[in-house]
Design a protein around this ligand. Structure first.
Ligand code: BDR
Ligand code: CA
Length: 293
C-alpha cells in the first residue's frame, strides 16, 4: 500500500509519522506539509528532521502556507516555537523537494494505479482541498483518506465545539466533506481516549528503540505545555493506527457539515464515516509495539 502523509509537525504528528515509517509494509511515498500547528517553513523542516531521525529518504514537499480564506492561527502553546516541543532532532538529510505539496500529491496519484494510494491527513485539510480544485482527476484516484479532526459529541479544543485541524481551515474541510471521497474522520471523541501517561513514557524509553525514545521525549514535552495534566491525548497517531488496526476503532456514519464561522462540526448533509469509539488500551499497545520494532 502506498501512502502520502499530509502533516503539520507538530508533536503528535511526529509520533504518528515515526510509527508509520516503522512499518515496512506501508510505503510512505512522500510527506506533504501544511501550515497549521506552526508556519509552513517550520512544519517542512520538521518533516525532514523526522525523516532524518528515522533514517529514511522519503521526500518532503512543502504545501499550503495559509488556510483558504482566513488567517493562520498556530498552536505555539502546545507544540513550542520549533513545533517539536524543543526535543532534539537531527537536521534534514536533504532539502525539501522542488515540487510543491499539491503538485506532488497529484503526480504520485497519477503515477500509481487508481485506488492504490492512501492519504493520511494529520493537519488542516488545505492541501487536499487544493488538490480537489486543481487536480480533480488525481483526487479521484485516492483509495481512501484517513484524517484526524473535528469533535462530534465531544467538546472542542479551540472552541466549545471546534477542533484545531478543522477550525484552522474550515473552508478546506467543507470542500473535502462535499467531495464524497472515501473518507474516515477520527475526531476528538476517539483521540482523547488514547492517552499517554508517565508509565507509558517509561515503557517507550525502556524499549531502547530510537523512534520510541524520540516519542517519549515528544510526549514529555507535551506535558511541559500542560501543567498538572496526568496524561496527554495522542491525536494524530490514531490515523496510522486506524490504517494498521481497523479492528481497534468503531466507525459510524454521521451526517455532518462544517460551520464556516466557528470551524465546528454540525449536523448536516454529508454522510461521513467517523471513528466514535476506540479500544484505547489496544491502540496504546499497538503504538508502543510499532514504535519499538
Ligand atoms: C490536532 O491539532 C493539532 O494541534 C494536533 O497536531 C492534531 O493534529 C488535534 O486537535
Ligand atoms: Ca497535526
Amino acid at each position: 500500500m502506498s501512502i502520502i502523509i499530509d502533516t503539520d509537525p507538530g508533536i503528535d504528528d511526529a509520533i504518528a509519522i515515526l510509527y508509520a515509517l516503522n512499518h515496512p509494509e506501508q510505503d510512505i511515498t512522500a510527506l506533504t506539509t501544511v501550515a497549521g500547528n506552526i508556519g509552513l517553513s517550520v512544519t517542512t523542516r520538521n518533516a525532514g528532521r523526522i525523516c532524518a531521525l528515522a533514517q529514511v529518504d522519503t521526500p518532503v514537499h512543502a504545501g499550503a502556507a495559509a488556510p483558504l480564506g482566513k488567517e493562520a492561527n498556530p498552536e505555539l502553546g502546545i507544540h513550542g516555537t520549533d513545533g517539536l516541543g524543543g526535543v532534539v532532532f537531527p537536521e534534514p538529510l536533504f532539502p525539501p523537494a522542488s515540487e510543491d505539496g499539491v503538485g506532488a500529491m497529484a503526480a504520485i496519484l497519477m503515477a500509481h494505479p487508481p485506488q492504490s494510494v492512501d492519504l493520511f491527513c494529520l493537519g488542516p485539510l488545505t492541501n487536499l482541498a487544493l488538490l480537489l480544485e486543481q487536480a480533480p482527476e488525481a483526487a479521484n484516484r485516492i483509495r481512501r483518506v484517513i484524517a484526524m479532526g473535528g469533535a462530534v459529541d465531544e467538546p472542542g479544543n479551540v472552541g466549545p465545539k471546534a477542533e484545531f485541524n478543522i477550525a484552522h481551515d474550515p473552508h478546506a474541510a467543507a470542500a473535502v466533506f462535499a467531495a464524497g471521497l472515501p473518507f474516515a474522520l477520527i475526531p476528538l471523541d476517539a483521540t482523547r481516549k488514547v492517552r499517554a501517561d508517565q508509565t507509558y513514557i517509561k515503557a517507550l524509553r525502556d524499549t531502547g528503540a530510537p523512534a520510541a525514545i524520540a516519542s517519549a521525549e515528544l510526549i514529555n514535552a507535551y506535558f511541559a505545555a500542560t501543567n498538572g495534566a496526568e496524561s496527554r491525548p495522542l491525536h494524530d497517531p490514531c490515523v496510522p493506527l486506524l490504517a494498521q488496526h481497523p479492528e481497534l476503532f468503531r466507525l459510524e456514519d454521521r451526517k455532518l457539515s462544517v460551520d464556516l464561522e466557528t470551524g465546528a462540526l454540525v449536523a448536516g448533509e454529508h454522510t461521513i464515516k467517523v471513528a466514535m469509539g476506540v479500544n484505547a488500551d489496544g491502540a496504546r499497545a499497538a503504538l508502543l509495539h510499532g514504535l519499538s520494532c
